[in-house]
Design a protein around this ligand. Structure first.
Ligand code: DX5
Ligand code: ZN
Length: 222
């Protein structure tokens, strides 16, 4: 089980410090939410931020996991690969030629993820599953941190876990993203999630990153 802090909820005025704090607290998987204001109704950051965080990731041997919530992601695969992404995840809803896009990511030596929005069927993954390293199930509608978890997501995670087991594809990570907190993390792990993306439950005014991360890790076993 990996907890992947989503920097979308971090304090951007001291982003490097917040990422270092997360790594000092034990995080080794940093989730970078790239949004273009077109595929989703928000604009965040681009390759420059990946490049800025790369030295910190190197220091802690952390993974930079780049979630592209952008239209026509083929345009930016090279930029995000060269900026230092370890994993590049694209949305199935944003790719006309998903097989070509997945293999373009691989051609840069990067691990590849495919993301599904809440209403997108698992069936859309069927043909591409053998080619990917990670399947990201959005458990909120993408665009913002701090949203309410969509309860139907639990069953979707369980069905994907079953699908992977049935096809001997257990090496593919199931990543969940959105509304993961002290209440939802345990059921999600039990349903089969491997990587839990967490933003507002980790970066907030209630407690330090270390305190929140320890509580979430403990709750993952609930
Ligand atoms: C939403 C992003 C998520 C978000 C998670 O579009 O993809 O990664 O930052 O934030 P929380 O954990 O606050 O729901
Ligand atoms: Zn994300």
């Amino acid at each position: 089980m990996h907890i992947a802090p989503s920097i979308l909820s971090a304090d951007f005025s001291r982003l490097g410090e917040q990422v270092r704090d997360a790594c000092e607290a034990g995080a080794r998987w940093i989730h970078i939410d790239v949004m273009d204001g077109h595929f989703v109704p928000n604009i965040t950051f681009g390759p420059l931020v990946v490049a800025a965080l790369r030295p910190i990731a190197d220091h802690y041997t952390a993974t930079l996991d780049t979630h592209l919530m952008i239209s026509d992601p083929d345009r930016y695969i090279e930029d995000f690969a060269n900026a230092g992404s370890d994993i590049i995840t694209v949305h199935v809803e944003a790719c006309t030629h998903l097989h070509r896009t997945v293999h373009a990511i691989r051609s840069y030596g990067k691990r590849v993820g495919v993301a599904l929005n809440p209403a997108t069927s698992l069936n859309t993954l069927e043909e591409i599953l053998p080619d990917i390293d990670l399947a990201l199930l959005m458990t909120v509608n993408p665009g913002f941190g701090g949203q309410q978890f969509i309860p139907a997501s639990l069953n979707k995670v369980a069905r994907l876990r079953q699908l992977l087991n049935d096809h001997n594809l257990g090496h593919i990570y199931i990543q969940v993203d959105g509304g993961v907190n002290l209440t939802t993390i345990g059921p999600l792990v039990r349903a089969g999630a491997d990587v839990l993306v967490i933003g507002s439950a980790l970066f907030n005014q209630k407690a330090s990153i270390a305190t929140n991360l320890a509580a979430l890790t403990a709750a993952s076993a609930d």
